[in-house]
Design a binder for this molecule. Structure first.
Ligand code: ZN
Length: 315
């Protein structure tokens, strides 16, 4: 069986998208492209396998046929969904449900806990992370009275920042931010505020006020993950999060680093630079924008070159 599987992303047009995903060597379709689903196996979009014995299958099809190639634990569906987002405009302020709520209210969908690594941010870029209401009454009345400035908590962001967003956290990515997102494999979003925007046909997007009130955690509790750095020669591994559904880490490769896979994960994207990954003496060249999965057959690997990768795995 293959030890490494390379993937071709799916691109999604969004009202808030732009053209910045071209920076990742992607040939993106025309229009305002907001999302590249780089490692995806969802009904609403699945990346395609482009090498080896599974070439031509979508990741969703391949996981249904051969789950143990991809994950040690067998799940009903591939557990994670990984995207690069280009917020050329503000995203809606939104919240995602927990698993139990999504299962009952969204036809068996999973809940969505997610996290963001900021790849780039314009000066003074901001995002919404949490809310100020102390009680459900206060939360509901702020929404009913459209007191958004009083309700939303904004944070300034810069390249390299990391945010962990458990289900129930009110959030929005702001204009001028490029983000790498690792999340549960779910596409369930409840929008509470969309800046009263209309699309090219003059329509506003649907809001989900009652569901937002149902699932938002009140009061907001900020969850801080404490990233830990490990030097390996000249290279650095930074463990960004080790939480309920996933672990996420960043590898800054300088020249060469030999890695035992059980110390890191299996889902990767190259986010800066280029180089290669060597598995059992076989070298695969990789560059910015490439995403790949190390299968359960792969136990150790060597990264060479000068590049930044983010890796993750299910828990
Ligand atoms: Zn979200």
């Amino acid at each position: 069986m293959d030890k490494i599987v390379f993937l071709e992303p799916v691109f999604c047009e969004r009202i808030w998208g732009g053209r910045n995903l071209e920076k990742f060597n992607f040939s993106i379709p025309q229009g305002d492209i907001g999302e590249a689903w780089v490692i995806a196996a969802h009904d609403n979009g699945s990346s395609k396998i482009i090498n080896g014995s599974l070439a031509g299958l979508t990741l969703k099809e391949a996981y249904e046929k051969h789950p143990t190639v991809f994950t040690e634990k067998v799940y009903d569906k591939f557990p994670l969904l990984i995207k690069i987002l280009d917020a050329s405009d503000n995203l809606s302020v939104q919240v995602h449900p927990e698993d139990d709520y999504a299962k009952v209210n969204e036809n068996g969908e999973l809940g969505k806990t997610e996290c963001w690594y900021v790849l780039d941010a314009k000066e003074d870029a901001k995002l919404v992370y949490g809310h100020s209401a102390k009680t459900h009454e206060e939360f509901n009345s702020r929404i009913d009275n459209a007191e958004w400035n009083e309700l939303f908590i904004e944070e300034k962001v810069k390249e390299g920042d990391f945010f962990y967003i458990p289900a129930g956290t009110l959030h929005a990515i702001g204009e001028g931010i490029l983000i790498y997102e690792v999340q549960q494999n779910s596409d369930t979003t409840y929008r509470v505020y969309d800046y009263d925007r209309v699309d090219k046909d003059g329509n506003k997007r649907e809001l989900h006020i009652e569901k937002t009130k149902d699932v938002t955690t009140v009061p907001f509790e900020k969850v801080v993950t404490n990233p830990k750095e490990e030097k390996v020669g000249e290279s650095t591994i930074t463990y960004l999060a080790n939480e309920k559904y996933f672990s996420v880490f960043k590898i800054n490769v300088i020249e060469q680093i030999v890695i035992e896979k059980n110390k890191t994960g299996n889902l990767f994207t190259v986010l800066e630079g280029d180089g290669s990954i060597v598995i059992n003496g076989i070298k695969h060249n990789v560059k910015k924008g490439d995403s790949f999965i190390l299968t359960t057959e792969c136990t150790s690997y060597i990264l060479e070159g000068n590049m930044l990768l983010i890796g993750s795995y299910d828990r």
